[in-house]
Every structure is written in C-alpha cells, then in structure tokens.
Design a binder for this molecule. Sequence first.
Ligand code: 5CA
Length: 448
Amino acid sequence: MRLSRYFLPVLKENPAEAQIVSHRYMLRAGMIKQAAAGIYSWLPLGFKVLRKLENIIHEEQIRAGHIPIQMPILQSAELWRESGRYDDYGEEMLRMKDRHGRDMLYTPTAEELVTDIFRAHVNSYRELPLTLYQIQWKFRDEIRPRFGVMRGREFLMKDGYNFDLTKEDALHAYNRHLVSYLRTYERMGLQAIPMRADSGPIGGDDTHEFLVLAETGESEVFYDSAITDLRFGNRDIDYDDRAACAAVLEEFTSRYARTDETHVEAEFHAQVPEARRRQARGIEVGQIFYFGTKYSEPMGATVVNEKGERVPVHMGSHGIGVSRLVGAIIEASHDDRGIIWPEGVTPFHCGIVNLKQGDAAADAACESLYGALTAIGLEPLYDDRDERAGAKFATMDLIGLPWRITVGPRGLRSGVVELTSRRTGESEALRPEEAVERVARIYGKAAD
Ligand code: 5CA
C-alpha cells in the first residue's frame, strides 16, 4: 500500500476522551472512530489488525477440530425464555420489538441459538463430539462502556460451543480449548494467563479466564509469579490425545492464579511462598466454561446413547474477546511514541520511508523495494508522501510497524538503505536486496 493512496486519518493531538494508552493510540493512529458510546467504526488500519486476529483464531480453531458457522446478530426472545435467561440476563441485554410486536434481542452470547441448531439436527452419540464456533458481533449494554474497544457495548467475539456425550468428554473439550487458546494468544505476541474465575451469567462451576497482565486492566488478579515463566511455545499437541491436553491444563493451571471473584487470601498464603505472591491488574481476553447440561436439559438437546437411552448432552462455551484484544495487544506493546505491533498481527509487515520524495534514485529504490517485498507475499506500507522525514518517522512510529526500511539519496550513494527495528530502535545499513532478504526471513518467507 502506498500511503498517498491509503486512508490513514492520523490525529496530531491526544484525544481528550481517551484515558488509557491503547484507546489514545487507536484514535491517534486512525484505527477506530467512535460512532456512539461503546460502539466503533473500524477504519482501514484497525480493520486490518482485527482481520489478522480473526485469521489466527480461525486457523487455531480449525487445527483443534472445531467447525466454523455464522449465527445471526438479532435473535428471537423465544429461545431465551426456554433456557430461562430472558428474564435473568437483565439490563445488559438490548431488547427490541419487530414490526409484528415480537420480542427480539441483540445477541450478547449464543448458547441458546447454537443449542437450538444442535437439537434440530443431531440425534445420536455417534455424531459426537462436536464443537461449533463463530466470530460475530455481540452487544452488551454495559453500564459504563469505557477505554475504547476494551469495554465496548458492541464488540467482536469468537464464541465456541462443545457438545459431548459425557462429562469426561466435555472436560476434554475444555482442555482442548485451553490448549488452543494458549497457542492463539502466543501467536498474537501475548502472554495470557489462565486464572480461575467466576462464571457469571453463562453458568457452570468450571471456568478459567485468560488474562493479560497490564496496569490498566479492569480485573484484579492474584497469582504465583512462577506462572509468568511458562510458555506454550511451538508444541505440537495432538488435540485428540486426552492425556496430552490434560497435562497442559495441569501445567498451566495448577499454580495459584485467580481473579478477585475467586481469590481466597488464606489459600493464597498457604499455596504460594511470600516472595512469589503477586497482586496485579489484568485484561480479560478470553474465558472458557464447562456447564454440563444447563442449556441442553431445559432446551431438550439430547442424543441417543450406546444403550438406546435419550440423554442430555454435556456442553461448554468458550469465548475470545477479538476486538478487545486489539486494545490489549497495544497495552502490552507500546512506547511513548506509539504502538509496537508483534509480527504476528501487524497491519503491514514493513514500512518504507522515502527521505526525499521526487529524488530519482530514492524514488526508484523505494519502488524496487516495494515490488520485491510484495512479490514474496509481504505487505509493505510505503510512505511516498511529500513530507518532512521527521513527520514520516513520527507516523511510522505511531502506527507501530515492527520494521522500517529508510531510503535516502545519501545512503544510496554508498549502495545502502537502513533497516530499523521499531522495538529496539536499532538500525543497520544494508544493501536493498539484503534488507528484503532480512525482512523475508523474519516473516518466514523466501526471497528470490
Ligand atoms: N458465551 C461465553 C463464551 S463463548 C461468553 O460470552 N463468555 S464471556 O462473557 O466471557 O465473553 C467472552 C470474551 O468477550 C471475554 O473474555 C472478553 O474478552 C470479551 N468481552 C466481554 N465483554 C466485553 C465488552 N463489553 N467489550 C469488549 N470485549 C468484551
């Protein structure tokens, strides 16, 4: 993409309404624009990051054997009356009537709808296990929407639902989700720690929230600092291997780590030596639940088992806060000049800054770098505007592309361009082909 032809409405001033850094940078970098309280339009740069997160989530869900579907945003109240949640959900549910006077609602989550799909089409235990998921906008009429996309009213969620014959099978689904979430967050450059939590209106006793530690997080958390040394890394876990998935759960959840809702000071002291006790704040980027037959029983979602008996299925649901993650990643990765995208989610792989637009040699070198990077399947953002170098650097720093190639007439006279890491600020003078090769290698592509 050439910046002169892109739509990147960068703000020079700090927006007064933004209280936390991610909100400030998302507005300044032209990623989002507020449409109403807690409701945002996603502008091109923000939309690109959102799409990258969705892609990672789809890849990891499919790897775990889960099947994508798409359910509607508007639902009829009828199903929610069946489960008993229509009255229970309270003010957070946005309710409306259609022209025939029927009660409708904007989906805050989709346990009822997916259970209805299941009961209409699945009859036998032989069709299990089954996990269906979607990435879809949700609406919760939060009393205090704030911090931009962190606590929105409309927000994008990945929500997955497992259907299993037995509790044991459903707990395997729970473990499988935990493993797939660890992989997912690590690919996004995040450390998200599973912590024992409260299940709230979703229900059930078994639940973990995934928290990214950050001072601006809305959750108060208590944990054993040894947990922060754990990394999932690039382990190749067979998702059908129950023992392997259970071992990962054990490794990542056996140490004390809880949100304030489940925290018990006496247990914390008994389980964690003082030097390792931490109290901090975190951003909840996901949650997994096992709730057994809470929805399948009242809604009649049953299958015939091996003995020919009709039994309700065991279920759980599993959510990732996709739009919130954009803010969480920025909270975890920025400096005082702007965002620093992890390579896995960056909207463009590499910036190209032309220090002297209109200089024949500089223009030609930039075009050639742009062509070479594009040819190997990378997306560069070429700042080809007729602007001062300082302004170009400031924009690149703000929007946070992890790598920048700077091209100027002086460097070109000695045959080099400069490759700079946004994270470390370190620069290296390289021949243009070397710079392309280096960037290609970083992203696991082969330069020809
Ligand atoms: N049905 C289950 C899982 S599919 C569910 O709704 N879980 S949840 O309530 O925990 O939501 C899943 C994730 O959505 C949360 O972990 C959080 O990251 C994100 N989320 C929840 N509320 C908001 C909000 N108001 N703004 C942005 N993200 C939110």
